[in-house]
Design a protein around this ligand. Structure first.
Ligand code: URA
Length: 243
């Protein structure tokens, strides 16, 4: 089987998984794609397994066509996330709002501008980190995510984290924290605490930028949390300009 046929097989396989609404653990997806790319009976040559880029693209293709929950009926776009797919730092928000739904990009409205300022205050650019949400589709009228919507969308976020493999995941607000770890305390109690995600990476919860727009005094605490993240990443803390 030639390389083109194998690529076709890989595409068909991804499409089949999508139409069956199947989420397989990344190991199984990887081994099935590996089979599709190397062919039966062929010993997988060194480096022949599906690359991270291929797995990433297939995850993105799957998410962009997702119809696993009711939000697919009302969304305009699927907001997969953006930034570096090899980032050391990931920010995770709640769900796209109206601006994000229109543009297909995360955190582009007022809260997004503040998140961009937070990232830049750390001496980084948006393109240095990866920005995603718990839900990839906008809940109507920006209501809270429903538990079944979070469950349907969780595999996408988990696989994004697995493939990006960041050192630190910064959860913005309670919905982001609760979608990743089983905690009962509110965000005020757990913000700034270093929690541990499966795989051993650090989860650091902080306030959501939309909360900061309503409570600017809390920016002080968020800056402390961002400094904690810089410390974990071994990056210098830029001098803070007054804002
Ligand atoms: N925009 C997003 O993309 N996510 C949020 O949680 C809020 C605004």
């Amino acid at each position: 089987m030639g390389a083109e046929d194998r690529r076709g097989l890989a595409r068909d396989l991804a499409a089949t998984l999508r139409t069956r609404n199947v989420y397989l653990g990344s190991e199984r997806v990887a081994s099935q794609l590996r089979f599709a790319l190397t062919g039966p009976g062929e010993a997988p040559a060194a480096g022949a397994s599906a690359s991270r880029e291929e797995l990433w693209q297939s995850l993105k293709d799957e998410a962009l066509q997702c119809r696993k929950c009711r939000l697919c009926e009302t969304r305009r776009t699927v907001v997969f996330g953006e930034g570096s797919p090899t980032a050391d730092l990931m920010f995770i928000g709640e769900a796209p709002g109206r601006d994000e739904d229109e543009q297909g990009r995360p955190f582009v409205g007022r809260a997004g501008k503040l998140l961009t300022q937070m990232i830049e205050a750390m001496g980084l650019r948006r393109s240095d980190v990866f920005i995603a949400n718990v839900l990839k589709c906008r809940p109507p009228d920006n209501r809270d995510p429903a538990p079944d919507e979070v469950e349907s969308c969780r595999p996408y976020l988990e696989r994004q984290i697995e493939l990006i493999d960041p050192k630190v995941v910064c959860a913005l607000g309670r919905h982001a924290v609760r979608s990743l770890v089983d905690v009962s305390q509110g965000i005020t109690k757990i913000r700034g605490r270093k929690l541990v995600l499966p795989g051993g990476r650090t989860l650091l919860p902080t306030y959501h930028p939309a909360y900061l727009l309503r409570n600017p005094a809390a920016k002080r605490e968020v800056w402390e949390d961002l400094k904690t993240i810089l410390g974990i990443l071994g990056l210098p803390v830029p001098e803070r300009r007054s804002r």
